[in-house]
Design a protein around this ligand. Sequence first.
Ligand SMILES: [Zn+2]
Length: 147
Amino acid sequence: MIEATDNIKEQLTERAYEESHPFCYSDYKRVEANEDGEYKCPKCVSDDLMRELEGVGVEWGTDWIVEHMVKEEGEEVDTAELYRDLLDEIYEPIKFGELEYSPAMVLESVDTVAFKMGCNEYADSELDEGRLIELNGSYYSMTGITD
Ligand SMILES: [Zn+2]
């Protein structure tokens, strides 16, 4: 299950079509466009075609190709680490006399629940802004696709 902005989903689906080929499963062959630019199996004349991704497989639809591309090309990101960096960037260090502590470390140690909630909210907003893609519970950035 993939979560991303509509714009990102469209881009990925478009690429999934470009990188895969129509495929007739009954005749087990790739289908090229005919003179009219239509994809119909020359043998059984079916236009109800699967998609073939070379070296990967043959399946209905493009969702599986999109997932494959995100896993292959995307870089899995640790959202907790990004959230820690954000907290340390926007808040001043916590001071006790001479001692200084990172705001992220303090929040995470003092209130784990608040940290986790904040982290989830942060990941959601990154998703809404098109900076991350979520796939089966993991977050990915993808060059040329996420900002
Ligand atoms: Zn066919």
